[in-house]
Design a protein around this ligand. Structure first.
Ligand code: PLP
Length: 272
């Protein structure tokens, strides 16, 4: 029987160095057997060391990229990453509502690890108000959860509290990522069924560029393939652990992950 490949769209920023943003998303969709498509919300200038600039795309250009894809393909999941302006947020929200797009994973990208603001301050509030109700799951890290709610998030208990707060702000499901916790990489899921923890051993590596992009894209691809939310998160975290522990150590800063870790030819081998 012919393989029914699911089509997933990433609406996110472009990181030319390939570690984060759309390129990370596409590689991740591919790793999960999905067909990746994308719309660029901002052209950034960056490498593993830092972010040097971001050229936000006007809303009509964001729309012009997305509409032909939706006219042609059945979209099985949407990953939303960097969405830096109020106008672009409105375009994406309107399209999701009108087209009733399924499996919307919102990664609320606010600031790069190196400290560059990837969204206007006013837009962060609008992002929460407009897109939280439309997303099937939102995946903030602890800092992003703080920025979205104004709460302090430094430990597991506060992660649960901020998850509940985001639910009150009309999120359906919230995965607060504990990558910044000290020992284990414990993430907290809060949805209508309650609170669950997802733990994974911490991978000792400085090569973490694009970790958030990769996790949210993996969840989107797995939801596209029909995984239930909890199973998608567990599987996505397994992939992230493998991609982190075989990260290729390229570049002079926080290097990218090994997105191809589960494919035949790149399981961390050195052939000479
Ligand atoms: N650039 C883009 C386009 C992103 O979407 C993101 C994060 O999601 C980053 C940079 C930041 O990556 P990092 O968290 O690895 O600094």
């Amino acid at each position: 029987m012919q393989y029914k490949m699911r089509v997933v769209i990433s609406i996110a920023g472009f990181d030319p160095s390939g570690g984060a943003g759309i390129l990370a998303d596409i590689k991740t969709f591919e790793a999960f057997g999905c067909f990746g498509t994308a719309a660029i919300t901002s052209l950034t200038s960056q490498n593993t060391v830092g972010v040097y600039g971001a050229y936000h795309q006007p809303p009509e250009i964001v729309r012009a990229q997305i509409e032909p894809i939706l006219a042609d393909f059945d979209i099985a999941a949407v990953k939303i990453g960097m969405l830096p302006t109020r106008e672009a947020i409105e375009v994406v929200a309107e399209i999701i509502e009108r087209k009733r797009l399924p499996n919307v994973v919102l990664d609320p990208v606010i600031r790069s690890t190196s400290g560059y603001d990837l969204i206007d301050d006013a837009a962060a509030g609008f992002l929460a108000a407009r897109l939280l109700p439309l997303a099937d799951i939102v995946t903030p890290n602890m800092v992003e959860a703080e920025r979205l709610t104004g709460l302090t998030v430094t430990d597991l208990d506060q992660m649960k509290q901020v998850g509940l707060r985001l639910r009150e702000m009309s999120a359906r499901a919230v995965l607060i990522k504990g990558g910044h916790l000290k020992d284990e990489a414990t993430d907290v899921l809060v949805d209508g069924f309650g609170v669950r923890l997802f733990s994974a051993p911490r991978v000792a590596t400085g090569n973490t560029h694009g970790t958030g992009c990769t996790l949210s894209s993996a969840i989107a691809a797995l939801l596209a393939r029909g995984y239930e939310l909890d199973a998608a998160i567990s599987r996505a975290k397994e992939y992230l652990g493998a991609a982190l522990s075989t990260a290729p150590a390229i570049g002079h800063g926080a290097g990218p992950l090994n997105h191809g870790v589960w494919s035949e030819e790149c399981r961390g081998r050195n052939d000479g």
